[in-house]
Design a protein around this ligand. Sequence first.
Ligand code: AMP
Ligand code: MG
Length: 298
Amino acid sequence: MIKQKYINHLRVSSGKKIHLKDFDTGWDQFEEFKEYGKDKLKEHANILLQQNLVDLTSAQQLLYADDRYSLLIIFQAMDAAGKDGTIKHVMSGVNPQGCQVFSFKKPSEEELSHNFLWRYMKNLPERGRIGIFNRSYYEDVLVVKVHPELIKNLPDANRNSEFWGDRYEDINSFERHLVRNGTVVLKFFLNVSKVEQKKRFMERLLRPEKNWKFSAADLSERAYWSDYMHAYEEAIRATNTESAPWYIIPADNKWVTRALVADIICSTLRGLDLKFPKLSDAQLKILDEARKILEAEG
Ligand code: AMP
Ligand code: MG
């Protein structure tokens, strides 16, 4: 388990303006990792991840049995920040029957002809399950804010600050509705530096087995880096609530990112009062009878 004081440090405090420049994207801000030095970092972070994966497996089982809550985990980030790898590693320990991952790409014509939350609503996790959104409705206040020409056919297509304020408000109301109905909402921004993104893009370009991961759009979006940072700062500030908090995760080291995310998911599940359902006397009697019938078979 990672010390609570580090986790608290990653959780965004309410109401304050956010300057992403003040958030370190590296790993040596954590005493926990620093003492291992660069060489042993991967090994140590991996040990933490594995411990959390064991906890996550049982926590998920309990979430399912308890059948009162669901968990929605949102991942947002710039390209190459490690969303896919984090999802793959963190979820490697969970039962696929209790977990679903949805990756949201550019909306289809059909999706665009509905309200902006529609396609996400349709893919929410049912009670007892974990749902992961690889990108989410936050794209509608991030990429769409950076490229307002993506908004079409809206009566109030006046893309002023009120328009975005209304969208943040819609998101907050939507999340409040989910939380009130038993969905725990966790939001991760994987905070990668521009320098590290370049390094990862270069790897995608230079290593043939990684070529498929590169898309020309990644490079053109990189040119809007500061607009994206600004959109993230605004969106995180406006939608960071007590019941649906944002975590800003340093993402320049993939192993550290994965260990931190797994730890926060586990501690969130631990914080719920999950219990195996208690059987009534009548139910226990049925089990007892079933046992007797099987035993009588010899
Ligand atoms: P990737 O996750 O790398 O496969 O890329 C998915 C692309 O879809 C990204 O460029 C996103 O910005 C884009 N995208 C996702 N959601 C939306 C949205 N609601 N509106 C416009 N573009 C989106
Ligand atoms: Mg991509």
